[in-house]
Design a protein around this ligand. Structure first.
Ligand code: PLP
Ligand code: COI
Length: 386
């Protein structure tokens, strides 16, 4: 008999999101050469694009780029006009998908300044992703400096109100070679996209589809890191969710096909009638920075939080008995989105009668108030860029 999901998961824990940085190249920094765009969008054009930005369709004028090769290490750090990359058709990323990315946001404070939320945690997760994908890890200060320089030069693109500037750091394997091996050259870049809500309905409850045909991650695989391949593999399941009238897909574990893992691009929490929270344990899921922040905020207010396996059958039973009060998805893009309806091949069920619950909305407010600088920041999560 094989190893159960629980046995395998606990035998091989994956790193938490924030292992202590060690000395050496992890701490190395670089000076960025700043080359302002010669043809930035006009003020009028920018204002028009910022009216209803949606998610991920409009972009700022600049990008940050740093290159790696074995002779020079990380070098050539620049902020320059956002433009196409010239890529040889034999570049390794185009064939073997050696690619990783991150997602974080910059928030405009009421005093006009700009906050980043836990960029150090994104930098460390990026390092872990690079190690798993056999890529050259990027020193944490270079990651943070690239993000900060881009926010500073493109500050005019910061949306007001509840909008934010979504930052997308990523790294691609650029060596021109068709042999299957870790690339000897990489391009790291950061682009920025002014965004509103990830879901069209804002924080209105979303519906999710339980994927019974496809899984996202296996033990020993890449589920715990942020590589593009995980998302490519999720698209068929996400398309199935859309076909069934749902907003997002939720994946089950790949071994027993019954433990809830996470959504295509978000972690998940459950709220019970005793006020406690439960979220699936780390292992094959992405160690979300929002997930980690919610655990900390809930614990701050004395809420019991369990990081424990939870099955789809239990979820259905707890929703029916009234033991489960709420469920919500969370992530940088989605913030906190209540889950109103769960659909699967074996039937649908509602949560909180399909409405947004008070625990999800209360945690959302707490988190967002810290991010926008409207509330105290007891965990030192905020980094003021401007
Ligand atoms: N899980 C997946 C698969 C994701 O893509 C994301 C988004 O980044 C998350 C969870 C949430 O992570 P975070 O809160 O760090 O954005
Ligand atoms: C994020 O929340 O930053 C993500 O990367 C999720 C993605 C689906 C937009």
């Amino acid at each position: 008999m094989g190893v159960s999901f629980e046995q395998a998961r606990t035998a091989r824990p994956t790193p938490e999101i924030a292992p202590a940085p060690t000395a050496g190249s992890k701490g190395m920094s670089l000076k960025f050469e700043i080359q302002p765009a010669t043809n930035p969008a006009s003020e009028k054009e920018r204002a028009a694009r910022l009216v209803d930005p949606g998610f991920g369709r409009i972009f700022t004028d600049h990008m940050a780029v740093v290159r790696y090769n074995q002779a020079k290490g990380w070098h050539g750090a620049r902020v320059e006009s956002r433009a196409n990359f010239p890529l040889d058709p034999a570049a390794a990323v185009l064939h073997y998908a050696q690619e990783i990315f991150e997602g974080l946001k910059a928030y405009k404070r009421d005093d006009g300044g700009v906050n980043l939320f836990r960029p150090d945690a994104n930098a460390r997760r990026f390092w872990n992703s690079a190690e798993r994908m056999a890529m050259a890890p990027l020193p944490e200060p270079v990651f943070i400096e690239a993000v900060e320089q881009l926010v500073r030069i493109d500050r005019a693109w910061m949306p007001g109100g509840e909008g934010s500037l979504y930052l997308r750091p990523f790294m691609i394997a650029s060596e021109v070679f068709l042999g299957v091996k870790p690339s000897a050259e990489y391009i790291f870049a950061v682009i920025a996209s002014p965004v509103g809500s990830y879901f069209k309905g804002g924080p209105a409850p979303v519906s999710i589809w339980v994927s019974e045909n496809y899984t996202r991650a296996a033990i020993g695989g890449t589920g715990a890191v942020k590589c593009g391949g995980n998302y490519a593999a999720s698209l068929r399941a996400q398309a199935e969710a859309i076909d069934h009238g749902c907003d997002q897909v939720v994946f089950l574990d790949a071994v027993e096909r019954r433990y809830i893992e996470e959504l295509g691009g978000m972690n998940v929490f459950f709220v019970f009638d005793d006020g406690s929270l439960l979220t699936p344990p780390l292992g094959t899921i992405l160690p979300g920075i929002t997930r980690d922040s919610i655990i900390a905020l809930a614990k701050d207010s004395g809420t019991r939080v369990r990081e424990e396996a939870y099955t789809i059958d239990q979820w259905r039973a707890d929703a029916a008995s009234g033991k489960l009060k709420e469920a919500f998805a969370c992530g940088t893009a989605a913030v906190i989105s209540p889950i109103g309806k769960v659909c699967s091949a074996s039937g649908d069920f509602l949560i909180s009668g399909g409405a947004a619950g008070p625990v999800a909305m209360g945690l959302r407010k707490k988190l967002v108030d810290i991010q926008y600088g409207r509330a105290a920041d007891p965990h030192n999560w905020i980094r003021k860029v401007l």
